[in-house]
Design a protein around this ligand. Sequence first.
Ligand code: MG
Length: 385
Amino acid sequence: MRTIMHVDMDAFFAAVEVLDHPEYAGKPLIIGGRKDSPRGVVSTASYEARKFGVHSAMPIAKAAFLCPDGIFIPGRMARYQEVSSQIHGIFPEFSPLVEPLSIDEAFLDMSGCEHFYPSLEEMGQSLKRRIKNKTGITASVGIAPNKFLAKLASDWQKPDGLFVLRPHDIEGFLQDLPVGKLWGVGQKSEAVLHRLNLRYVRDILPHSLAWLQERVGSALGSQIYYLSRGIDDRPVVPETEAQSIGHEITFAEDHESLSFLRQQLAQMGEKVGWRLREQGLYARTVSIKVRFSDFKTITRSHTLNHSFNDDDTIFREALHLLEQIKLQPVRLLGVTVSNVSAGAQLSLFSTEDQPSSRVNELMDTINRKFSPGAITKGRTLPTDE
Ligand SMILES: [Mg+2]
């Protein structure tokens, strides 16, 4: 049995603003845009603002209507990142197995660490105290036998919450949970389940796995069957920075134009490729990370059957991944390569393009003489589109 701890900062961006501007304390605070900003979306609302019905992903215009006396601020991503790295810097003190989920959230696998604490409650308290002392803001913590339950538990007594879900309490805890709270059930799946009169976990429990799979498909069917029983075997997957090389950019303003994003991918691809080659490394996987203006963040990756370290492959794969995403205004874009090894592993059917490798070699030589980025390929130059 695992012991998983989920940590989630409370109204994180708003909390950082109050930290830096104590005069905001206790006021309805809305991060995401100025009050009159026509295209802004709420990224975080303070708990005071939530009382007016304001929530994240809501258009600023609607928030301004609901909460006319609210304090509206565009947000300072660089500052939030700074506090975020302080927080993420704390987690390894508690467990070597940390899976960062977002700027203000992580899973910690605490299995085997239980006996360092008088109780699981004290384990959660000590993490909460450490975060509060180091950053001045509060976190909510959930502790449970798996990731799904730990995430529910951290949400249970927010803000500044701590909830320990023990095995014998799981069944009762889940009974009244709306199906939309099951991991992986989005709005579409929720509607499908509602049409079947499955509104709460207790409505799912009487049905067999086969019954569910027949009606909602095999993947979703088995997912909701097991989750409604509190079963979730997903491990905590630590981010191994050493084994990936990446670059990301937070834009000063949001961008939706594919030609702009394509150019950014090309530039980042060249930086990533350069760093790979400088270390004599090859990678097999390309990932992109896209954060939209509402701070929803998605990652996509593709693993090739051969290793590479040339800019062209990185760019081509990254662009291909980007083209498969339905674009909204983009706030942050990143490219990462992983599955890194010291030597090239050529595919049996490799058609490794030698000319491209030679171009990279030449460019690296020039870049080493001057500074990285002194010479780049045409596609990274600004376009008029
Ligand atoms: Mg949070």
